[in-house]
Design a protein around this ligand. Structure first.
Ligand SMILES: C[S@@+](CC[C@H](N)C(=O)[O-])C[C@H]1O[C@@H](n2cnc3c(N)ncnc32)[C@H](O)[C@@H]1O
Length: 170
């Protein structure tokens, strides 16, 4: 019985942590998923990543289009649901990893549905890690002070350029 209480406590702590650390779970509207991916203009073989993938619906849709798709989720219940939703899809992966620890240097398109409070921190991470011409799709909320290259129905698309090399590393 003690183990059950401990397991429930760990689940509650992780769910609370994800709400505070980046965003609570709110699903991407089903009607938006494919339109958003159309706007991502992915090419075959591109890598699509969703930070905080919730139930994995966007990852699944991206993978079904033939892209390599990875979702990161730290809420154990949502991770499990996303994993089940994407089970058997070879080019879809769901990982139980804190999104702040993910290396984004090889990603072509990043998507996230984060709170306005979290977006500035995420923007700094994207600026320092994304390769040239990679794009970020922010669902629902815009990044304050940054101009999107496109505004979709409920999303904003930002382009990132390579981090300038310092003179020392040249
Ligand atoms: C607004 S929801 C996005 C839901 C997803 N787009 C969907 O359609 O199901 C944000 C997600 O980010 C997850 N999250 C929050 N903080 C996180 C963190 N530090 N690492 C990984 N995932 C996190 C939450 O658990 C939640 O599922």
């Amino acid at each position: 019985m003690l183990y059950l209480y401990l397991a429930v406590l760990v689940l509650l702590i992780l769910a609370a942590y994800t709400s505070i650390s980046a965003a609570p779970w709110l699903p991407t509207r089903k009607v938006d998923v494919n339109k958003l991916l159309d706007d991502a203009k992915l090419r075959p073989g591109n890598l699509f990543v969703e930070l905080g993938c919730g139930d994995g619906r966007v990852v699944k849709a991206a993978a079904k289009r033939g892209y390599r798709a990875v979702g990161y989720e730290l809420n154990p219940v949502l991770f499990f649901i996303a994993w089940v939703n994407n089970f058997g899809i070879n080019n879809a992966k769901i990982k139980f990893i804190n999104l702040w620890a993910v290396d984004l240097s090889k990603v072509d398109v990043v998507m996230a549905f984060m709170t306005p409070r979290t977006l500035p921190r995420l923007d700094s991470k994207l600026r320092s890690e994304l390769k040239s011409n990679a794009i970020f799709i922010s669902y629902i909320f815009a990044i304050q002070g940054r101009k999107p290259i496109k505004k979709g129905k409920s999303w904003f698309i930002y382009q990132y350029s390579a981090k300038p090399k310092s003179i020392d590393s040249a």
